[in-house]
Design a protein around this ligand. Structure first.
Ligand code: PEP
Ligand code: MN
Length: 338
């Protein structure tokens, strides 16, 4: 349910309503918009009648049921776009964000060189995997804690905040100590115990769409993080499985406007995993922004031919820099900044 306040509400009104709602056993989530201020109410629907009675308060315009199964993630509960800062980078709103770096952290020289080059190319956030979800148990599994330390050092050297994947609830604390954004990978989008745990980590969460999750399931996964008390969720469309085999996955660009309509959360596009081939990354990066995405996450490697993971989809640093120079005028046409 949402409680929509009449213009002219006071802080005392919000206090009063929040107390009444809590006494009925619900949790409140305030959304202060320029046009409308809304108190989102989540909890057991059985006390719904008593909530509806709050409509009689002078400061309340209406008490309305949220129709979507996801509540806090929905635009009904939170009409204005979510925006927040990670270090110097703005997420959501007019500025676009570009996260770039290797699929896997492989060594100190590899990460340092790539981090410096993506910074020079204009990336605002460094990506790099320390814990890697690999299809084969024989494939490189990541440098784990050592990789986290290297990411922290690369962040210090470049000033770029870091996004990296966490795969297990038990590792959330150590990853949160070293990273600025915790990535939930496509394969873990419905790992509910992991979602509950990252909700408590105090850091923003990058939630990738699973290769077989519907938009509704994806937003319900975001709801786990929001309901657990963490409002800073970034959604990432990274391609879904279809019958097509020319590319690794099929980047679902439809998802961008659909999610933008249903949710206030920022959405970025991953054209690297979405295509699986570096030569298509530029086209799909541009298409993603044109579709309304708030940013991109792009894999960059200084030596893709010898990369320990995802070499075929990684841009060399010069190609990344060229792409960035093409994205800047596009951003301007789209009314965004980069
Ligand atoms: C990655 O970012 O390297 C990764 C494994 O992504 P995804 O979970 O989208 O496959
Ligand atoms: Mn990868």
């Amino acid at each position: 349910m949402i409680i929509v306040l009449k213009p002219g509400w006071t802080e005392a009104d919000i206090e009063d309503i929040s107390r009444r709602v809590r006494e009925l056993g619900f949790k409140t989530h305030l959304s202060r918009g320029e046009v409308r201020t809304i108190i989102g109410v989540v909890g057991d629907d059985r006390a719904k009648e008593q909530l509806l009675a709050l409509q009689s308060l002078d400061c309340v315009e209406s008490v309305v049921r949220i129709l979507q199964p996801f509540k806090l993630a929905s635009r009904e509960a939170h009409p204005h776009d979510t925006q927040f800062k990670v270090g110097g980078a703005s997420i959501g709103g007019k500025p676009l964000v570009v996260m770039a770096g290797p699929c896997s952290v492989e060594s100190r020289p590899q990460l340092m060189e790539i981090a410096k080059s993506v910074k020079q190319g204009g990336a605002q956030i460094l990506r790099g995997g320390a814990f890697k979800p690999r299809t084969s148990p024989y494939a490189f599994q990541g440098l784990e804690e050592e990789g986290l330390r290297l990411l922290k050092d690369a962040s210090k050297a470049t000033g770029l905040p870091v996004v990296t994947e966490v795969m297990e609830p038990d590792k959330v604390d150590v990853v949160a100590e070293h990273a600025d954004i915790l990535q939930i990978g496509a394969r873990n989008v419905q790992n509910f115990s992991l979602l509950k745990r990252v909700a408590e980590c105090g850091k923003p969460v990058l939630l990738k769409r699973g290769m077989s999750t519907s938009i509704q399931e994806w937003l319900l996964s975001a709801e786990y993080v929001l309901a657990g008390g963490n409002p800073n969720v970034i959604l990432c469309e990274r391609g879904i499985r279809t019958f097509e085999t020319s590319t690794r996955y099929t980047l679902d660009l439809n998802a961008i406007p659909v999610v933008k309509k249903l949710s206030h959360l920022p959405v970025i596009v991953d054209p690297s995993h979405g295509t699986g081939l570096w030569e298509y990354v530029g086209a799909m990066a541009k298409a993603g922004l044109a579709a309304g995405a708030d940013g991109l996450i792009i894999e960059v490697h200084n030596n893709p031919a010898e990369a320990l993971s995802d070499g075929p989809q990684s841009l060399k640093p010069d190609k990344f820099a060229k792409l960035m120079s093409e994205l800047r005028p596009l951003a301007e046409v789209l009314g965004r900044s980069l």
